[in-house]
Design a protein around this ligand. Structure first.
Ligand SMILES: *Cc1c(COP(=O)(O)O)cnc(C)c1O
Length: 227
C-alpha cells in the first residue's frame, strides 16, 4: 500500500469518527483531496486508492495537471482565488468553482462555460470570520449574491464554502463553522436548493463536521506537507 493510500484511509477514518461523534451518516460528508503543489503522480496514486474529487488553488498548475491525467475520470474543483483573466480557464476545465465571491466573476463563468459541458457547479465563498483582508463575500451580502448566481443558467449553485482562520480551541472553531451552517440553512429556507457546505481542512475537519460540513477539503493529511 502506498503512503498516500494509507493516509487517505486515515482521513476517511477521521471523517467516520467525526460523523459518529456528531450522530451523522459518514456518507453525508464528501472528501475533496487538495492536490495543489503535488504532481500528477500523487493524484494518480490517490485515484488508485479510490479518490475521485480533487481541489486545486492555482489555475494554470491545475490545467497542466488535468492534461497529464486526462486518461482518468477525475472531478476537479477550483478552490483558489479566481481573477477575471482566469475565468475562461476555470469555465472550460473545472467541474466545480467553490470560490465565487463576486457577481462579475459569476457572470463571466456563466458566459464562458462551454455549451457542451454540464453547468459549472458553484459554491459562494463566504468570509464567515470577517477579516477585512480576506476573500469571500460578507455574510450579510451572501443572500443577494446567492440569488443572483442561482439565476445564471450555465451555473448551478450548490452551496457555500469558507476558509476561516484557526481558533484557539475546538469549540471556538465549531462556533465559526456554525455561522456558515446558519447562513446555509437560511438560504435554503429562502428557497435556494443548496446541498453543499464546503468547510474543514486537515487541521479542523472534526469541528467542521460537528457544525454540519458536507465536504471537507484535505491536502496535508493526504499528500504530506507542502514545504
Ligand atoms: C490548501 C487548502 C486546503 C487544504 O489545506 P490542508 O490544511 O493542507 O488540508 C483546503 N482548502 C483550501 C481553500 C486550500 O487552499
Amino acid at each position: 500500500m502506498t503512503v498516500i493510500s494509507q493516509q487517505l484511509q486515515a482521513v476517511h477514518a477521521r471523517i467516520a469518527a467525526a460523523c459518529h461523534a456528531a450522530g451523522r451518516d459518514p456518507a453525508s460528508v464528501q472528501l475533496l483531496a487538495v492536490s495543489k503543489t503535488f504532481g500528477p503522480e500523487a493524484v494518480r496514486a490517490a485515484h488508485t486508492a479510490g479518490q475521485r474529487a480533487f481541489g486545486e488553488n492555482y489555475i494554470q498548475e491545475a490545467v497542466d495537471k488535468m492534461a497529464a491525467l486526462a486518461d482518468l475520470p477525475l472531478q476537479w474543483h477550483c478552490i483558489g482565488p479566481i481573477q477575471s483573466n482566469k475565468t475562461r480557464l476555470v469555465a472550460e476545465h473545472f467541474a466545480w468553482a467553490q470560490t465565487v465571491d463576486r457577481l462579475k466573476i459569476a457572470q463571466r463563468l456563466n458566459e464562458q462555460r462551454p455549451a457542451a459541458l454540464p453547468p459549472l457547479q458553484v459554491c459562494i465563498q463566504v468570509n464567515v470570520d470577517g477579516g477585512a483582508s480576506k476573500s469571500g463575500v460578507a455574510p450579510e451580502e451572501a443572500p443577494a449574491l446567492a440569488r443572483a448566481v442561482a439565476a445564471l443558467p450555465r451555473l448551478q449553485l450548490r452551496g457555500l464554502m469558507c476558509i476561516p482562520d484557526p481558533q484557539p480551541d475546538f469549540l471556538a472553531m465549531k462556533a465559526v463553522f456554525l455561522r456558515a451552517k446558519a447562513l446555509h440553512d437560511q438560504l435554503r429556507a429562502q428557497g435556494l436548493a443548496l446541498d453543499t457546505l464546503s468547510m474543514g481542512m486537515s487541521g479542523d475537519l472534526e469541528a467542521a463536521i460537528q457544525a454540519g460540513s458536507t465536504m471537507v477539503r484535505v491536502g496535508t493529511a493526504i499528500f504530506g506537507g507542502r514545504g
